[in-house]
Design a protein around this ligand. Structure first.
Ligand code: IPM
Ligand code: MN
Length: 355
């Protein structure tokens, strides 16, 4: 990139991930956090390792990073990268999903009780279970005293939304839609069942819509998953709480050609943001040169845009368009190239553009 633009890139590699965890037992350490804080942005590879119990790396590294850096917006564009859109109708779309990234059912707040957990039983037969959540915005301790007939075990997970959390999410969504020249935001939820959380969220979004003089459309997540397939072109900026956002954005990635096509930005508008592909580490094909690099390239493009290098970001997008148009792709897109070769084709294209 430095050969064709004034963009000066000084990167430091951090050995954070499954390999180091297996070697040293470390996940995201205090030292890592302090070192990362000095950077302008984080470019994150994919996480997941079949040798490690699911949840450990995800919670200890990825979700922790999103939480400690308070990256409360997860931007996941869903763009029609023809001809890889698997829909029958060839209609262009460019949905920008804003997934709330710090609250909801992703706070790790929950517990279990019942006869199999009798070591936790109180003298009076009840179970105490406490969760504490410490965030920049607030600290909360939740205390549950459960009393249940002794014939079954129970598990629960608390989904929390805060007024401050919803408010900053809504502000970001309306401002984002405004910047895109749109007059509305679509809010996705399940307010007909999870009435406390999502009813509260609707109220605050509605107030914000009025404040910004913009429209607000409500969609239930089940209907939204159909609508994204039936009429994707009708959506612009879409705000979704964390868990449903996780699910809808895999659907979104597939709509643009597969998980190998989805970039993602974990954004703290006033702090350190982190960019990553939506996909995981794909251990089944690791090291074989089969992985589609486009999602990672699109994550880099989002990083460039975020750091105020829009021209450079455009070059990366153009390079993606070029390899798609010339069939220089990995097997998941029907091509014959290896991961590295697709990357080389993109570099070559970018360099040629400038001559
Ligand atoms: C994603 C991933 C993560 C998530 C996992 C790995 C914890 O699926 O970035 O979408 O659920 O957010
Ligand atoms: Mn996901």
């Amino acid at each position: 990139m430095s050969q064709i633009s004034s963009f000066d890139f000084d990167g430091e590699m951090f050995d954070i991930g499954g390999e180091r965890y297996l070697r040293t037992g470390e996940l995201l350490t205090e030292q890592d956090i302090a070192d990362l804080k000095k950077k302008d942005a984080i470019y994150f590879g994919a996480i997941g390792d079949p040798r490690i119990k699911p949840g450990i790396l995800e919670q200890g590294i990825l979700l922790k990073m999103r939480a400690v850096f308070d990256e409360y917006i997860n931007l996941r564009p869903v763009t029609s990268w023809f001809p890889f859109v698997p829909l029958k109708r060839e209609v262009p779309f460019d949905i920008h999903i804003l997934r709330e990234n710090t609250e909801d059912f992703y706070m790790g707040a929950g517990g279990k009780f019942g006869p199999s957990f009798s070591e936790k039983k109180n003298a009076d037969g009840s179970y105490d279970s406490s969760v504490s959540v410490q965030r920049g915005m607030y600290n909360i301790g939740l205390h549950l005293n459960a009393r249940a007939s002794d014939d079954d075990d129970f598990a629960y997970e608390v989904g929390l939304l805060s007024r401050k959390g919803i408010t900053r999410f809504a502000d970001y969504a309306f401002q984002y839609a405004q910047k895109r020249g749109e007059d509305r935001v679509t809010l996705v939820d399940k307010a007909n069942v999870i009435t406390n959380n999502y009813g509260f969220q609707r109220e605050i979004f509605q107030q914000k819509a009025d404040e910004y003089g913009m429209k607000l459309d409500f969609m239930f997540v089940d209907a939204m998953s159909m609508a994204m397939i039936v009429r994707p072109e009708t959506f612009g900026t879409v705000a979704v709480p964390n868990l449903f956002g996780d699910i809808l954005t895999d659907l979104g990635a597939q709509l643009q050609g597969g998980l190998g096509m989805g970039g993602s930005g974990n954004i703290n508008p006033h702090g350190l943001s982190m960019f990553e592909p939506i996909h995981g580490s794909a251990p089944d094909i690791a090291g074989q040169g089969k992985a589609n690099p486009i999602a990672a390239v699109l994550a880099a493009q989002m990083l460039l845009d975020n750091q105020d290098f829009p021209e450079e970001g455009k070059m990366l997008r153009a390079a993606v368009r070029h390899v798609l148009d010339t069939n220089q792709t990995t097997p998941d897109l029907g091509g014959k190239l290896k991961t590295k070769e697709v990357g080389q084709a993109m570099c070559k294209y970018i360099l040629n553009q400038k001559r």
